[in-house]
Design a protein around this ligand. Structure first.
Ligand SMILES: C[S@@+](CC[C@H](N)C(=O)[O-])C[C@H]1O[C@@H](n2cnc3c(N)ncnc32)[C@H](O)[C@@H]1O
Length: 238
């Protein structure tokens, strides 16, 4: 059940479509109510810094998620989403997955490193956008530990934003994409061109994907900003 505290903030897409998400005060209240006071992810962070292997940034809406929502809204055909199975990896707020659910995706799986993010932020946002929880699945954990949860399930559309900031995670991210992507599936990855100080970057990730030899990767969108942001599209090599 949503309470008054969950009164939402919103992201207005370029088309005027609005997506709602809970403000941090509501997330804090929900974390307390749900008994997460002692959760390491909460203790070790002010919710905007990352602590590798403990909290990976899911309590904030990052620029890449906004770019990915706008890209879905402006450049992806309705029939590429409607009735499709959708997975959002490293979802945090889950706005791209929520957008897909609102555009009649068959179902959406939301995956995040932290259970507390899924329970107290993603799930709330799904409800704030009037998406039926029965069409959603929530999977928590490190990408290497999540593979079993997706056993036997292949997705038509895999979405992920701001998840290539660390080269140390490239193998895990590539492997979970490779294991979950359907034969004709599409992956869209939103990211900054370079993550200064943490090592990840779009060129390094594209090189990595090409070296694995399993997925095609191309750059389909670039922001008009001082620090460029990109959207990459991946498909299976046939
Ligand atoms: C910077 S946040 C981005 C959140 C959201 N996609 C956005 O753009 O607003 C990075 C996300 O990647 C996920 N993540 C990073 N490393 C991960 C790992 N090793 N296993 C699972 N998830 C991971 C976390 O779930 C986290 O929410």
């Amino acid at each position: 059940m949503l309470s008054d505290e969950d009164k939402s903030k919103s992201l207005v897409l370029k088309s005027g479509e609005e997506l709602f998400f809970a403000p941090s005060s509501a997330v804090e209240a929900r974390l307390k109510k749900s008994g997460y006071e002692n959760d390491l992810a909460i203790q070790s962070t002010n919710h905007s810094d990352l602590t590798a292997g403990v909290y990976e940034g899911g309590f904030k809406v990052w620029e890449g998620a906004i770019d990915l929502c706008n890209y879905l809204d402006s450049s992806v055909q309705a029939e590429e989403i409607a009735e499709k199975s959708v997975l959002e990896l490293g979802c945090g707020a889950g706005l791209p997955g929520i957008y897909a659910a609102k555009k009649n995706a068959k179902f959406v799986s939301f995956q995040d490193f932290n259970q507390s993010v899924l329970d107290c932020f993603t799930r709330t946002n799904v409800q704030l956008n009037s998406v039926n929880l029965e069409r959603c699945r929530f999977v928590a954990g490190d990408w290497v530990d999540c593979l079993e949860s997706f056993e036997g399930q292949k997705y038509d559309l895999v979405l992920t934003a701001e998840t290539i900031y660390s080269e140390a995670s490239f193998t895990k991210l590539h492997d979970i994409i490779d294991r979950t992507l359907g034969d004709d599936g599409i992956v869209l990855i939103a990211a900054k061109l370079y993550y200064f100080g943490v090592g990840g970057s779009v060129p390094a990730f594209m090189d990595f994907v090409k070296r694995q030899g399993r997925l095609n990767v191309k750059d389909v969108w670039t922001s008009d900003t001082a620090v460029p942001r990109k959207i990459l599209k991946l498909t299976r090599i046939r």
